[in-house]
Design a protein. Structure first.
Ligand code: NDP
Length: 234
């Protein structure tokens, strides 16, 4: 059965791969962007997830065109890395406001319609760094770890209404976010990944599509790693 799917930050990177995977299986897919427009074949809505009014307007537009959002993928995220002693409070709160509060804003907006429909899937894109930690990533890791508590609390609140909330924790994925890493840092990272390689964005998308499907109805509050073994045990 075709569903209405909204992927935040679905205009590029991992979000785009997720949006394309849902579109390929015949779902109605909307993506948010911040002015770049929508990729071919996807319905785009302009939205900055740090702005509640913009989030509300984007959902209203999707609802009008494609119907209520049944599958929400909270994927939009940023990094602003630096060591703890050099990190300004502004750098900390800006990353939290996008990655964690932004996910809260979209999950809250989606959940009222999911409750009415008595069906919904919420998938948060976290990171291996959320539970493993990362030097220079106090802000980013805190924001990504927070998504685990959020998904598990939503599971406890809405689990009896056929609504699941899960976390996908990617390791190192080949996108613009990892392009900025130096070759030395990339070589160091590769040494610690049992799979010995970075992943393609579509390998994250496949896990997300699975969690959104009927076969995953009894999986909620889970943290699903897509990290080639990097974060094992965390
Ligand atoms: P990219 O940097 O390639 O893309 C980030 C996306 O988030 C873009 O679509 C961007 O929109 C959007 N975005 C950022 N801030 C906002 C905002 N305030 N409002 C709306 N949209 C926003 O990142 P990736 O594709 O690599 O990452 C996607 C997700 O996966 C992120 O949450 C990231 O933390 C996570 N992740 C990535 C990993 C990796 O190795 N790449 C590993 C683990 C997790 P715009 O185009 O307008 O800038």
């Amino acid at each position: 059965m075709a569903r209405t799917v909204l992927v935040t930050g679905g205009n590029r990177g991992i979000g785009l791969a997720i949006a394309q995977a849902f579109a390929k299986q015949g779902d109605r897919v909307a993506v948010t962007h911040r002015g770049s427009g929508a990729p071919d074949g996807l319905f785009g809505v302009e939205c900055d997830i740090t702005d509640s009014a913009a989030v509300d307007a984007a959902f209203a537009e999707v609802e009008k065109e494609l119907g209520p959002v049944e599958v929400l993928v909270a994927n939009a995220g940023i990094t602003d890395d630096t060591l703890l002693l050099r990190m300004s409070e502004e750098q900390f709160t800006r990353v939290l406001d996008t990655n964690l509060t932004g996910s809260f804003r979209v999950a809250k907006r989606a959940s009222s319609k999911m409750l009415r429909a008595k069906w919904g899937r919420i998938i948060f894109i976290s990171s291996v760094v959320g539970l493993y930690g990362g030097p220079g990533q106090v802000n980013y890791a805190a924001s990504k770890a927070g998504l685990v508590g959020m998904a598990r609390s939503i599971t406890r609140e809405l689990g009896s209404r056929n609504i699941t909330a899960n976390v996908v924790a990617p390791g190192f994925i080949d996108t613009e976010m990892t392009d900025v890493l130096s070759d030395t840092r990339k070589a160091e990272i590769l040494k610690s990944i049992p799979a010995g390689r970075l992943a393609a964005p579509d390998e994250v998308a496949q896990a997300v599509v699975f969690l959104a499907g009927d076969g995953a109805a009894y999986i909620s509050g889970a943290v699903v790693p897509v990290d080639g073994g990097l974060g094992m045990g965390h």
